[in-house]
Design a protein around this ligand. Structure first.
Ligand code: PRX
Length: 682
């Protein structure tokens, strides 16, 4: 890919903070408040606001006592000596501890009644259901751990996982963790080029994949996509590929599906590998607390995606304690997080968090509307799901599809509804509570990020009143603040930047291979505190209302997309000279992706080229990143120093008048041309 066009090297947080305070949306007027349903609160782990306050205070005043007690059921082969060593920007938590996270997620459950309890219930898009008990999951993880050792994978080696929503994706992650390898799961919706870039960045030694996955009635040929990625010399670090046979050899497959081809020496059939590796040990590699557990690539405001690195003990503590309290997990729950394992929500709240609590997790392979909009509700009914954790974009899509879909099913088993990934608008919140939860279940909005590893802001379901559209109060150990761009606290109800003032166990440890970027991006903007990149306000009850990103990161249908990546993909097309990507408010997706492009001299604009460019972005990054609108322009609005003024483009994309300062705009005529263009298209 060519280098991205020039953009601000760091988010322009001064104007962004102002923008955040201006953007405070209709939620400002939201005054509804819902007390925890009493039937829920009576049985909840934390059933009173005062109990929440007490635990919260303890978590800040005496973190040692808090974390020792709250992690007492986890397996540490050696206890920690020091709770936190903090040398900005590097935190080391639970120093001196030794562990292997899989012993907390698997081995510890085998000694008691959880041994034969379902750990994962998987429903394929095609309807097949597979259940893995804790004992079976442990067996599969051990088998693949031996396989990885047979391939020469050891502590610290990187392994890329490129799979669909299959329980063996969780097996792959846990097997890596078992041998101390660092996994990097690449969302199966990413294009081969994006997979290749991630493999190249962390120099992965092995790729674990599957023949294909079902999505909306079509087969995604994941193994073939791995072959494409590995054809590039940039991915030369990979010397082995492990292939899960997800497809039933006897099933009738679409005619256009090409059978998987295996490259001798490099490619290994998953089950053959496990058979070959029987002589290897499956002992868990015991690692120090800060040993890296995984890298997860996520979009930033500049350049290529960054590899967010998480550690072992701190991450485990964070996801364990949040799973326990936020979802109020009980032994009999059937817990369903609808995220994909390729995103952080899947890591923390499908795999590590719930399994560390011994929960039963449901996993679903396919699309929410396959074969129709009743699929989710049919899953809830058939499996007796008690806790549902999904994203506002899905809720809005269900709202649009109509209430008759949930109404056709018995959803009475549900007792808690969670939301994550983007701001939830009060209408969607209310619909979720009513149409899905029968006005019986607490709705729990959870704010967090790939970098935070676990939930940071939340209304604890049994203890704290919920306000539709607010992400509530800080979780234990989290000290947030709303500040202006100089780091000064702002008054209640005034918008500003959301920062976190002290380290927390599951925080990002560094950006893989770029510690300077890590330091600069997260800690240098506002005097040594962690800058989230989100704008928010806190109301006079202490509730946080997250507005959205204040940097050049978009949130399209819950997918985090960097404008720089989109622009970089566009300018790699031979017809494009320059490109700028911005978000436009969208009722369904939260934000829609609008791109402005200028073309090489003599190239004709038109709908055919617009769809070719959208297709090209999909090809480079993955279909989910395809622009919704492509606009052609003669020039893009720039400052005198040559930076594209995205703020103006955002206004134009949203069809609103620009209110900001135009004094730095180099050529005012560009703006009016772009406006004309919009009207012309409109
Ligand atoms: O802008 C915030 C938004 O999603 C961003 C983090 O994206 P990602 O790292 O992909 O992780 C998503 C899943 C945790 C945040 O910076 N975001 C996430 N949850 C919420 C949210 N915005 C508002 N409300 C939320 N509950």
């Amino acid at each position: 890919m060519t280098t991205p066009i020039e953009g601000p090297s760091t988010p322009d947080i001064r104007s962004s903070a102002d923008a955040a305070s201006q953007t405070i949306d209709c939620r400002l007027k939201e005054e509804r408040r819902f007390t925890p349903p009493s039937a829920f609160a009576e049985r909840a782990r934390v059933g009173l606001r005062e109990e929440y306050e007490k635990l919260y205070r303890e978590s800040l005043d005496d973190p040692e006592a808090f974390w020792r007690r709250e992690t007492a059921d986890l397996v540490f082969r050696k206890p920690w000596k020091t709770t936190l060593e903090w040398k900005l920007p590097h935190a080391a938590w639970f120093v001196g501890a030794e562990l292997n996270i899989t012993e907390s997620c698997l081995d510890r459950h085998l000694a008691g009644p959880r041994k034969n309890k379902a750990a994962i219930i998987w429903e394929a898009e095609t309807g097949e259901v597979v259940t893995l008990t804790y004992a079976q999951l442990h067996r599969e993880v051990c088998a693949l751990a031996r396989g990885l050792r047979w391939l020469g994978v050891g502590a610290g080696d990187r392994v890329a996982i490129y799979m669909g929503m299959h329980p063996f994706a969780a097996v792959a992650m846990l097997a890596c963790a078992r041998v101390g390898a660092i996994h990097t799961v690449v969302f199966g919706g990413f294009a081969p080029e994006a997979l290749r870039d991630r493999i190249a960045d962390c120099r992965a030694k092995v790729v674990i994949t599957q023949d294909a996955a079902w999505r909306r009635g079509k087969l995604i040929p994941l193994k073939r996509m791995v072959d494409d990625a590995l054809a590039s010399p940039a991915a030369a670090s990979v010397d082995a590929v492990v292939v899960l046979r997800r497809l039933d050899a006897t099933a009738s497959l679409p005619q256009d599906f090409e059978p998987v081809t295996m490259m001798p020496e490099r490619d290994h059939d998953w089950s053959d590998l496990c058979t070959k590796a029987k002589g290897e040990t499956d002992e868990a590699a015991i690692v120090p607390s800060e040993h890296p557990l995984f890298i997860l690539y996520t979009s930033g405001s500049t350049g290529q995606p960054k590899g967010v690195l998480h550690s072992s003990a701190g991450y485990l503590a964070g996801v364990h304690v949040t799973s326990k309290y936020v979802f109020d997990l009980r032994e009999e729950d059937i817990y369903w997080c609808t995220a994909d394992v390729g995103w952080v929500t899947g890591h923390s709240y499908i795999v590590y968090g719930p399994l560390s609590c011994g929960a039963t997790c449901l996993m679903y392979e396919g699309a929410p509307n396959h074969p129709d909009w009743g699929r989710f509700w049919s899953i809830v009914e058939r499996h007796g799901v008690t806790i549902l954790y999904t994203a506002p974009t899905a809720i809005r899509a269900f709202m649009r599809a109509g209430r008759e879909w949930p109404d056709r099913h018995d959803l009475s088993t549900l007792r808690l509804l969670g939301s994550v990934g983007e701001p939830i608008n009060p209408e969607a919140w209310m619909w979720y509570r009513d149409a899905v939860g029968g006005n019986r279940c607490p709705v729990v909005d959870t704010w967090w990020q790939t970098e935070t590893g676990s939930i940071m802001l939340v209304t604890l379901p049994g203890a704290v009143d919920a306000k539709p559209g607010s992400t509530g109060l800080p979780f234990f150990g989290v000290e947030p603040a709303i500040v202006d761009s100089n780091g000064m606290p702002v008054a209640d109800n005034a918008g500003g930047l959301l920062v976190i003032k002290r380290p927390w166990p599951s925080m990002i440890r560094t950006v893989w291979g770029d510690d300077t970027r890590f330091h600069k991006q997260y800690f240098l903007e506002v005097g040594g505190v962690y800058v989230t990149g989100d704008g928010a306000r806190r109301d006079s009850d202490g509730y946080y209302w997250v507005v959205g990103r204040v940097d050049d990161v978009l949130n399209v249908a819950g997918h985090r997309i960097g404008t720089a990546e989109i622009e970089s993909a566009l300018v790699s097309h031979p017809s494009v000279v320059e490109a700028a990507a911005v978000g436009r408010p969208d009722e369904l997706k939260g934000q829609a992706l609008v791109v402005f492009v200028t073309l090489r001299h003599g190239i004709e604009t038109g709908p055919a080229l617009a769809s070719e460019l959208a297709e090209h972005v999909g090809h480079c990054l993955g279909k989910f990143a395809r622009p919704d609108t492509v606009r052609f322009a003669d020039a893009l609005p720039k400052t005198r120093s040559g930076k594209i003024m995205r703020r103006l483009l955002k206004d134009i994309a949203a069809g609103r008048a620009s209110t900001g300062d135009l004094s730095t705009l180099e050529d005012l005529t560009v703006l009016s041309q772009l406006r004309d263009l919009q009207e012309g298209e409109g």
